[in-house]
Design a protein around this ligand. Structure first.
Ligand SMILES: Cc1cc2nc3c(=O)[nH]c(=O)nc-3n(C[C@H](O)[C@H](O)[C@H](O)COP(=O)(O)OP(=O)(O)OC[C@H]3O[C@@H](n4cnc5c(N)ncnc54)[C@H](O)[C@@H]3O)c2cc1C
Length: 303
C-alpha cells in the first residue's frame, strides 16, 4: 500500500495515479502504473528513492520507453521518470559535457555537434533518453554511448554516488548499472568538424529511415545480435517476415523489429517472440537473447 500523503509531504514533482503507460512507450503498449512520479531535481529524486526503498515499494525507472515491453496488466508499485527534472545539458571550460538523464539522445547529439565535439553523431535517431542509453549502453553504426564517457552520477541504494566509466561494466547493449538510478553522465569528446559531423548525422538518419519501420510503433531491435551474426538475418531465413499474432507483426522491412499495427497487446508480442525464438533455435540451434526489457510480468513470459 503506497501512503500517498507521505510522498506528497516532501515531493515537488508531478504525481499520477493509475497512469496508463502505453502513451509513454514507443510500442504504444502497456497497462497502468499504480503511481507515476516525476522528480524535479536531485534532492527530490534522492528523497523519493530513499522513501520507496525504505518502505519496500517496488519501483521502475522509465526513460522514453523505447526499449520496453510493458505487460497489459501494467506495473505494480511506482514508475519514476526523469524527463522533466533532468533535461539539462552543460559544457564546462575544459569542454566536458554533462547531460541529465532525461535528455533525449537527439538533443544530446545536436548539443555535441553545436559545441564542435565529435563522436556522438551515430547515436542520432536512437529514440531514448540519456539515462536509458547509459543503462543499455545504447549504440549504433560502430559507436556506443560509453565510448567517450568520463563518469556517471547515480543513486545506488540510498546514496548519491559518482562512478568512473570503468566501474560501469559497459558491454554490448548492457552495463552493470541495472538497479541504479542514473541522474547524469559526463563526457569528453574530441574536437570534430561541424560539416562532417552533420553529414554523418544526416546519413545515419537516412539509413534508419530506409531500413527500419519507423512509421509504426515499435521498440527497436527485439533481440541482441548473436556473436558473429545478425538476429534479423536468422529471423528472415526462417521465413518469419510478416508473421502476425493479433495486431503484432514481424516487420517486412526489418525482421528484428516487431510492429504494432494498432491494437497489439503485450500478450500478442510475447507470443510472436516465442515463435521467433523457437523457430530460430530449431533451424540454427541458436538461442536468441532479448534486447528489449520485459516489465510488469509475474515471471519470465518467454521461458
Ligand atoms: C525505432 C527504434 C530504434 C532503436 N535503435 C536503437 C539502436 O540503434 N541502438 C540501440 O542501442 N538501441 C536502439 N533502440 C532501443 C532504445 O532506444 C535504447 O535502448 C535506448 O537507450 C532506451 O532508452 P529509453 O530512455 O527509452 O529507456 P527505456 O526504454 O525507458 O528503459 C530501458 C532500460 O533503462 C532503464 N532506465 C531508463 N532510464 C533510467 C535511469 N535514468 N536510471 C536507471 N535506469 C533507467 C529502464 O529501467 C530499463 O531497464 C531503438 C528503439 C526504437 C524504438
Amino acid at each position: 500500500m503506497i501512503a500517498l500523503d507521505d510522498i506528497r509531504k516532501s515531493f515537488k514533482g508531478r504525481i499520477g495515479l493509475s497512469e496508463p503507460l502505453a502513451r509513454y512507450t514507443t510500442f504504444r503498449i502497456g497497462g497502468p502504473a499504480d503511481i507515476y512520479l516525476e522528480p524535479l531535481d536531485k534532492a527530490d529524486a534522492l528523497s523519493l528513492i530513499r522513501y520507496l526503498r525504505h518502505e519496500k515499494i517496488p519501483f521502475f525507472l522509465m526513460g522514453n520507453g523505447s526499449n520496453l515491453l510493458i505487460s497489459d496488466e501494467g506495473i505494480t508499485g511506482a514508475v519514476v521518470n526523469l524527463e522533466t527534472g533532468f533535461n539539462y545539458l552543460k559544457i564546462d571550460g575544459d569542454g566536458v559535457i554533462t547531460a541529465g538523464a532525461g535528455v533525449k539522445l537527439a538533443k544530446f547529439v545536436d548539443f555535441c555537434i553545436s559545441n564542435g565535439k565529435g563522436g556522438a553523431e551515430t547515436l542520432a535517431g536512437i529514440p531514448g533518453t540519456l539515462g536509458g542509453a547509459v543503462i543499455m549502453n545504447a549504440g549504433a553504426y560502430g559507436g556506443e554511448i560509453s565510448d567517450h564517457m568520463l563518469s556517471v552520477e547515480l543513486i545506488r541504494g540510498e546514496r548519491l554516488v559518482k562512478i568512473a566509466k570503468e566501474e560501469g561494466g559497459f558491454a554490448y547493449r548492457t552495463s552493470s548499472l541495472q538497479g541504479d538510478v542514473v541522474l547524469e553522465a559526463s563526457f569528453e569528446f574530441p574536437a570534430g568538424m561541424p560539416e562532417s559531423m552533420k553529414a554523418t548525422r544526416r546519413q545515419t538518419m537516412l539509413k534508419r529511415n530506409t531500413s527500419q519501420p519507423v512509421q509504426w510503433p515499435n521498440a527497436g531491435s527485439i533481440f541482441k545480435n548473436p556473436p558473429g551474426d545478425y538476429a534479423a538475418r536468422l529471423i528472415q531465413e526462417c521465413g518469419l517476415k510478416g508473421r502476425m499474432v493479433g495486431d503484432a507483426e514481424i516487420s517486412g522491412l526489418h525482421a528484428n523489429f516487431i510492429i504494432n499495427r494498432g491494437g497489439a497487446t503485450a500478450r500478442d508480442v510475447i507470443d510472436l517472440i516465442r515463435i521467433v525464438r523457437d523457430e530460430v533455435k530449431s533451424r540454427f540451434g541458436i538461442e536468441l537473447e532479448l534486447e528489449i526489457k520485459l516489465v510488469g510480468f509475474d515471471r519470465n513470459p518467454v521461458e
